[in-house]
Design a protein around this ligand. Structure first.
Ligand code: OGA
Ligand code: NI
Length: 360
């Protein structure tokens, strides 16, 4: 894939690895470049033109009211959205707007605090309690994204409060508690949407691990050349995404990019690869991206349900109620740990097709 593309940056060959390293060593991320007043983006950020198509289709991502008394129709809407789009939005989800607003503010405060306070968190060692850097896969991506990120594992073994960044620890803990509860609600609804008993996915521990990821997309001086987040699917069971009012998130549906419009107080929910796997492809983990914007910063918080690289022994495979002679299992069994390790260890291809190595 990447090797056959002609990127503007490849027209003049350059030592990408050296420039990536220099950027990484600043430990101030994309925000550091913007603060320094750059007017042109460094070439490591230039994406090939074909990854930035201009058009996108007008299309409405369903907005599902979780307070609706008509549970059957809620389940049905979730089933249709999860099968076709892999994405939906929820309102009346039980997380007060004061909490979602403060969560976005807290992530913004983290990224905008004094560099000398923020720098000690900058690392590529994922065993740290708080990992802050620019581009989690900086050295593997064909082009660098216009984004900085920090994350912490909040469940099942959260860091001590004092290990979290002082400027946002209270709200990180409060918001994560809310998202864990919402996870319980969503996994029950999705179990029902699959025709299973409501606790099925919870009994499988799908709701036990949570990562809190705080993204910061600075205003980009040349948005037509860059991407905020390159096309990818999420590798976990489920993602709960909170975005501010700037916009830029798009999902791929029938080869067209569809905007996921910001809706204050709403949360964007999407199916991850692991849920697609245990649902034997009945639910879809859909590719999405964030376009770069001259407006900014854009702040978003992605909460991922999965225990990620934590040691694990539980085996996951397509749920037996969802397979039959006519519809045999499409994936081999795996622990979450092995799945995550294998998905990220080898080729770049895995960024877009992480389930490939489990396919039967
Ligand atoms: C992600 C993601 C989208 C956003 O973190 O996986 O797709 O809007 N984020 O930040
Ligand atoms: Ni994503």
């Amino acid at each position: 894939m990447a090797s056959t593309e002609t990127t503007p940056s490849m027209i003049t060959p350059y030592d990408r690895a050296t420039e990536l390293k220099a950027f990484d060593q600043t430990k101030t991320g994309v925000k550091g470049l913007v603060d320094a007043g750059i007017k042109e983006i460094p070439r490591i950020f230039i994406h090939s033109p074909e990854t930035i198509p201009k058009t996108n289709m007008p299309f409405k991502i369903p907005v599902i009211d979780l307070a609706s008394p008509d549970r059957a129709s809620t389940v049905e809407m979730i089933r249709v959205a999860s099968q076709n789009l892999g994405f939906f939005q929820v309102i009346n989800h039980g997380i007060p707007v004061s909490v979602t607003d403060e969560t976005l503010q807290g992530v913004r405060r983290f990224h905008e605090q004094h560099v000398e306070v923020k720098k000690p968190f900058y690392t590529r060692d994922h065993s740290k309690k708080v990992v802050y850097n620019s581009n989690l896969n900086l050295y593997g991506n064909p082009a660098t994204d216009w984004r900085d990120t920090f994350f912490s594992f909040m469940a099942p073994s959260p860091p001590l409060p004092e290990e979290l960044p002082e400027v946002c620890r209270d709200i990180q803990i409060e918001y994560s508690d809310h998202v864990m509860k919402l996870g319980g609600v969503l996994f029950r609804l999705i179990s029902e949407a699959l025709g299973l008993k409501p606790d099925h996915l919870i009994d499988m521990d799908c709701d036990k691990g949570l990562t809190f990821v705080g993204h910061y997309y600075p205003a980009c001086p040349q948005p037509e050349l860059a991407m905020g987040a390159s096309k990818h699917s999420d590798f976990e069971f489920l993602t709960v995404l909170l975005q501010d009012d700037i916009g830029g998130l798009q999902i791929l549906h029938q080869n067209q990019w569809i905007d996921v419009p910001p809706t204050r107080g709403a949360l964007v929910i999407n199916i991850g690869d692991l849920l697609q796997m245990i649902a034997n492809d009945r639910l879809k983990s859909v590719e999405h991206r964030v376009v770069a914007n001259e407006k900014g910063p854009r702040v978003s918080v992605a909460c991922f349900f999965s225990t990620s690289l934590m040691p694990s022994t539980r085996l996951y495979r397509p749920i037996k109620e969802l397979v039959s002679d006519e519809n045999p299992p499409r994936y081999r069994e795996t622990t979450i740990h092995d799945y995550v390790k294998n998905s990220f260890s080898n080729s770049l291809d895995c960024v877009n097709n992480r389930l490939a190595h489990l396919k039967l």
